[in-house]
Design a protein around this ligand. Structure first.
Ligand SMILES: Nc1ncnc2c1ncn2[C@@H]1O[C@H](COP(=O)(O)OP(=O)(O)OP(=O)(O)O)[C@@H](O)[C@H]1O
Ligand SMILES: [Mg+2]
Length: 265
């Protein structure tokens, strides 16, 4: 059953009086509790796709649906995590995580239970009363992810959530997200520039091409991950050394590289 559905989506922008087709013929179905990563060259329309699923933007043609309802505006069934940590600077870690739960009308005991669970899972114990400016970038992003998961939304939309992190922090976050995603599978649309991150995290990878942005290929990772039992390796570097991982990574790289080649002509 598809939870997120892009049906023949087109998005036209107008710049200096000229129409510019940013996305064309995008068809994608993200299944229940499926983790789908989207990769593609800069400007191919990844963020635009995510913003349409979030209800922050609308297609010029076709439709985007979540749980069989056409998306018209933002809603609590869709939690968004952006590259820049969009925390409330004047609220503590605890209050940042709690904020959405209060607006959903969830009672205090249940809020406490959920917040404690995700604060523990994201390694934020002891920092409940800290303010965002007292945390590192990685910790701030853990708060942003905890804040999204705690809502138990139907759909999680993440746009390069680790893009602003240094390489080591990023690896730690990737491992934590894999643990979280396997323990609490959710329907996730995850945008990234990093091919390895996509192969490591996703059940399927959508490779996009630019001008106009469209889906070039969709690659099944989950079948291979499960057959080769990647999850038995707790460390990302051990997974990345596996021939099955290398093979997939190379395949995605080639798809992206071919586009750069054709861009030159
Ligand atoms: N509001 C807007 N008005 C005009 N053009 C826009 C607008 N938003 C996006 N675009 C254009 O649409 C195209 C797709 O943009 P988008 O941000 O979705 O790309 P992206 O794949 O997320 O890129 P990146 O990898 O750099 O984040 C770009 O060419 C961009 O300039
Ligand atoms: Mg983007």
């Amino acid at each position: 059953m598809a939870i997120i559905q892009f049906e023949n989506v087109e998005r036209v922008f107008h710049q200096n009086g000229q129409a510019f087709v940013a996305l064309k013929g995008v068809n994608l179905e993200v299944g229940d509790r499926e983790f789908v990563a989207v990769v593609g060259p800069s400007g191919c329309g990844k963020t635009t796709c995510m913003r349409m699923a979030a209800g922050l933007e609308h297609p010029s043609g076709g439709s985007v649906s979540v749980d069989n309802e056409v998306v018209r505006h933002p809603g609590p069934d869709r939690a968004v995590v952006f590259q820049a940590f969009a925390l409330f600077p004047w609220k503590t870690v605890w209050d940042n995580v709690e904020f959405g739960l209060i607006s959903l009308g969830i009672d205090a005991a249940e809020r406490k239970r959920r917040i404690e669970h995700y604060i523990e899972l994201m390694g934020l114990r002891g920092y409940e009363r800290a303010f965002p400016h007292q945390l590192s970038g990685g910790m701030q992003q853990r708060v942003a992810i905890a804040r999204a998961y705690v809502l138990d939304p139907k759909v999680l939309l993440m746009d390069e959530p680790f893009g602003a992190l240094d390489a080591q922090t990023r690896v730690v976050m990737q491992e934590e997200l894999v643990r979280l995603a396997r323990r609490h599978p959710r329907t996730v649309l995850f945008i990234t520039h990093a091919v390895e991150e996509a192969v490591y995290l996703a059940d399927r990878i959508v490779v996009m091409s630019a001008r106009p942005g469209t889906i070039r290929e969709i690659i099944d990772v989950k079948t291979i991950r499960e057959a080769e039992d990647w999850d038995q390796h707790p460390r990302i570097e051990d997974v990345m050394d596996l021939p099955s991982f290398v093979h997939l990574r190379t395949h995605v790289w080639k798809l992206l590289r071919d586009q750069h080649g054709s861009d030159l002509h």
